[in-house]
Ligand binder design. Structure first.
Ligand code: HEM
Ligand code: HEM
Length: 322
């Protein structure tokens, strides 16, 4: 977004950082070289303060705009969230020199100093977020709020097990209709007639050629224990289940051990179980990255809201004595 997608991430990040640094430092260099400082309490100083405040109010309005994301249309240009965001970033950087010049590149007493610190932190968090977003595919920002991903992961994972994604409870332990249990039963239960057509894992059908279970006795017991104790909890609750399958290395080892204890005909089915655990690991990793990439937004929002509040106190107090 904002910057040409044809540019590499490194180039886009460099542009953001260089433009921000230039906006902050060039007025300082100019004023120093010409020794022409603007006094905060002069007319120009106060006008710059007011201009800064106007920009900051516009910046804060993005919060309101995002709450009404679904409204489209009028006014045609700025009402587009992407355009708004672009203007937000440009003005967010443009307000930096305005306020720095207003404050004479200093801090002053407690209230103006606090305003300045929060102001700089707000800009820094905005720039940080923009930099971080360069790594994130645009579709993810636009369409997938974190909660949706989180609840979908649990729902899809639960479908493999056959339980509804509800709070873990004994009652649901008997609700074994998902792919995992169908697979387990096809391996360990007797009674599949030769020639009987069974639903195959992952769709389609297989022709059963045996009436005796493929896996029996101790290995069958171990297989069920593995699925119920490690795989199902992992699919349903991910990392928080404490299952060793959360680690790719441990998972590979466990599945290897499992294969060794079973006849080769069962390996395909075990491969499928391993794949399900792999899915959960991938989704969780995706979710972690997604959450991490969004974590800065509340920080940016909190800082900007606090800054706006303190700025109003500073402005009212300063104007009282002006
Ligand atoms: C983010 C916004 C703002 C920041 C960070 C900020 C910061 C500062 C700083 C650092 C000073 C210098 C204090 C000193 O040297 O003693 C100052 C002075 C001043 N500011 Fe602001 N300011 C902001 C917004 C405003 C606004 C909206 C107004 C209202 C018009 C305003 C009015 C003044 C006035 C009148 C002074 C000179 C009197 C004084 O020092 O109290 N400022 N400001
Ligand atoms: C005084 C300056 C600024 C203020 C007051 C401000 C305030 C805000 C607010 C209130 C939001 C909405 C947060 C939410 O939806 O929860 C926002 C979002 C955002 N701001 Fe700023 N901002 C400022 C400067 C900047 C700067 C300098 C940048 C980048 C260079 C920036 C980048 C962003 C981005 C990318 C978002 C969208 C976050 C998202 O929806 O993923 N902001 N800002």
């Amino acid at each position: 977004m904002l910057l040409s997608k044809n540019w590499s991430v490194g180039r886009r990040v460099a542009v953001i950082l260089v433009v921000t640094a230039a906006a902050g430092l060039i007025p300082y260099a100019v004023m120093r070289a010409t020794d022409s400082w603007v006094l905060p309490s002069s007319r120009t100083g106060v006008l710059l303060g007011l201009l800064g405040a106007a920009i900051i109010f516009f910046e804060m309005a993005l919060y309101v705009r995002k709450k009404f994301r679904r409204f489209k249309g009028w006014p045609p240009l700025l009402w587009n969230v992407r355009v708004w965001l672009w203007v937000h970033v440009v003005l967010g950087i443009a307000v930096l020199p305005v306020i720095l010049v207003h404050g004479k590149y200093g801090f002053g007493g407690f209230v103006p100093a606090l305003t300045m610190v929060l102001f700089l932190a707000t800009i820094a968090s905005g720039v940080w977020g923009l930099v971080v977003q360069q790594w994130l595919p645009q579709e993810l920002i636009d369409t997938v709020p974190d909660e949706t991903v989180a609840s979908q992961v649990n729902r899809v994972a639960a479908a493999y097990v056959g339980r509804k994604p509800v709070v873990w409870s004994k009652e649901h332990d008997r609700d074994r209709t998902g792919e995992i249990f169908r697979l387990l039963e096809s391996l360990t239960l007797e009674g599949a007639e030769p020639g009987e057509v069974l639903p195959a894992p992952g769709g389609g059908a297989v022709v059963a050629a045996r009436s005796e279970a493929l896996v029996r006795g101790k290995p069958a017991e171990e297989l069920w224990k593995f699925c119920e104790g490690l795989l199902v909890p992992y699919l349903e609750r991910g990392r928080s289940s404490g299952s060793p399958l959360a680690s790719e290395y441990d998972a590979r080892r466990r599945f290897m051990q499992l294969r060794e204890s079973l006849p080769a005909e069962a390996w395909d089915a075990i491969g499928r179980l391993e794949q399900l655990a792999q899915y959960r690991r991938e989704w969780d990793a995706q979710q972690r990255v997604n959450g991490w990439l969004h974590a800065w937004v509340p920080v940016h929002l909190g800082l900007s809201a606090a800054m706006t509040g303190v700025m109003l106190v500073h402005a009212v107090r300063a104007m009282k004595y002006w």
